[in-house]
Design a protein around this ligand. Sequence first.
Ligand SMILES: [Zn+2]
Length: 218
Amino acid sequence: MLMEQERTEIVEYLKMLITHGLTKGTGGNISVYSPELKLMAISPSGMDYFKLMPEDIVIMDPEGNVVDGKRKPSSEYEMHGIFYRERTDILSVVHAHSPYASILACLNWGIEPCSYLIGSAGRNVRCTKYETFGTEELAQSALEGMKDRYAVLLGNHGLLAGGLDLPTAFDTAEEIEFCAEIYYKCKAVGEPVLLNKEQMDVIIEKFAAYGVQPEAEE
Ligand SMILES: [Zn+2]
């Protein structure tokens, strides 16, 4: 089976979206890109994650043409493909409707650096303006919002994270959902003390050394 390992990994992580509280029902979607094959494996549209088999995962090129698989791909395939066309440091994308990230997204608030864990995505996490789900406009806005970052909040929608592989992208999604919760709860009782640029420089350096990622100035 084409990209069997990636398909199997996606099936496992889609269940984790639910069991880790990152999404409900069939919300969210996951993809993994193979730079060798220039193909992505992506979750199908609207299927029960606990009944999925590796063959239900759809194989597409980054332009959005189905190459293998009988299922209909996630309606957000364009939001995954655009990262594989435009960024070489992202080989997996995780999209979730996690509660706290979605609350901030509905306020159109980004996440400011109050917990050091935001360093897994960058200096902060932006929030894009609202775009309709499943559109090229949403994909473009997600790409811009995630510039020099590994996560972005999609306005009035949810969370998107990317990484060099699926475990890293999933981990970043979880860390950023946690940061969204902390930021929300801080704002509910007061004004969080934000980490300054020098503190974030050190954090980002340590995350990079730790095998994770970013760089880049705001
Ligand atoms: Zn969504």
